[in-house]
Design a protein around this ligand. Structure first.
Ligand SMILES: Nc1ncnc2c1ncn2[C@@H]1O[C@H](COP(=O)(O)OP(=O)(O)OP(=O)(O)O)[C@@H](O)[C@H]1O
Length: 325
């Protein structure tokens, strides 16, 4: 794998900060009477893996489609790789990789054939720094499809098709990769391999924006997590930052002489030290647990769905993006 660098697009103006790959300000989207995005703000930097979380219908796909240039926004400022996606040209598009929710065409094509065919589109955009397209054998190995290279796509399993979707998304060695629920249908081993692949791409300075409903995946992959709910980004930070935000306290559980005990404390280390000073060997089954990303996320979504915390208040309750940084 060679290093991925920025390609200076002739038609693209440089982004405000050369490290900023995505810059979204006050993005709004209305479908007829339904206001889906009510002022979304976020940025993504070069080499960052950003995971967009949110309940069904929150507007994740809408957001991604606007960034990809496939959907016109109602209002707001959006810059992707230095260009407004609504005015992105072929050269700009060649710097993006897109993995949609599922790829159901081209069943009669063979795996290698399809990748070579699609890869050829990127050849004119090859530069001294970034060889485009990706060498097909290397790519097949990277996504674990070497053995299926000469099979027809219609004969692949669901998981193998998903790997092919990913290969299609990265064949042009994108600087920015969009992945919409990429691991749906992958078995645990394929999922792990996919995670390694994404981290590898990010290490080579590819920016990755992905949506998932798998919180463990978000926790594992994300440099930064954005939670989209009520039409706004209601939380923005690392998994750890978000968990600390919902609960500064840890839960300590232990047994003493066979009896279970539980205590919530903001200072678990000090608490545990005191516990042992006082009771020593009588303590057993010690467990210290902070709120997981799943706890954080579910608490927030439940409150929103119950109408207890509307989007506007959620932004306050869970910290605005400025606070979360
Ligand atoms: N083309 C469209 N026309 C009208 N309404 C739409 C259109 N596309 C999406 N919507 C509506 O916009 C809202 C957001 O949809 P979107 O697909 O962006 O959400 P999502 O967060 O990606 O959901 P999921 O997690 O279910 O994939 C939904 O209420 C959906 O019905």
């Amino acid at each position: 794998m060679t290093t991925t660098h920025a390609v200076s697009g002739v038609e693209s103006s440089p982004p405000p900060d050369s490290d900023t790959v995505i810059d979204v300000r006050d993005l709004r989207m209305r479908y007829r009477t339904q206001e889906v995005l009510k002022g979304v703000d976020f940025t993504a930097r070069r080499g960052e893996v950003v995971v967009l979380l949110g309940p069904n219908g929150a507007g994740k796909t809408t957001t991604i489609e606007i960034l990809e240039g496939f959907r016109m926004r109602s209002a707001g400022d959006v810059t992707v790789l230095g260009t407004d996606p609504a005015r992105g040209d072929e050269r700009w598009r060649a710097r993006l990789g897109i993995v949609l929710q599922s790829w159901r065409d081209h069943g009669k094509w063979r795996v290698r054939e399809l990748l070579a065919h699609l890869g050829a589109y990127y050849a004119p955009y090859s530069t001294a720094q970034v060889q485009r397209p990706w060498d097909i054998d290397e790519l097949l190995a990277a996504v674990g499809l070497t053995e299926q290279a000469d099979k027809r796509i219609s004969t692949l399993s669901g998981g193998q098709r998903r790997r092919l979707d990913v290969a299609v998304g990265i064949v042009g060695r994108p600087e920015l990769l969009f992945l919409d629920e990429p691991t749906t249908g992958l078995d645990p081993e394929a999922r792990n391999e996919f995670h390694d692949l994404v981290r590898g791409l990010a290490n080579e300075s590819t920016t990755v924006l992905l949506t998932t409903h798998d919180l463990a995946e978000a926790e594992k992959l994300a440099d930064r997590i954005l939670i989209l709910a009520g039409g706004r980004i209601v939380a923005d930070g690392s998994a750890e930052e978000l968990s600390r935000r919902i609960s500064a306290e840890a839960t300590v559980r232990w047994t003493r002489d066979g009896q279970p005990y539980e205590e919530s404390t903001a200072e678990p280390t000090r608490f545990v030290r005191r516990l042992f000073e006082e009771y020593g060997d009588a303590i057993g089954g010690l467990e210290v647990r902070r709120a997981s990303l799943e706890d954080t996320y579910l608490t927030m979504v439940r409150e929103l769905e119950a109408g207890k915390v509307p989007g506007e208040q959620a932004a306050h309750a869970f910290g605005s993006r400025e606070e979360a940084r």
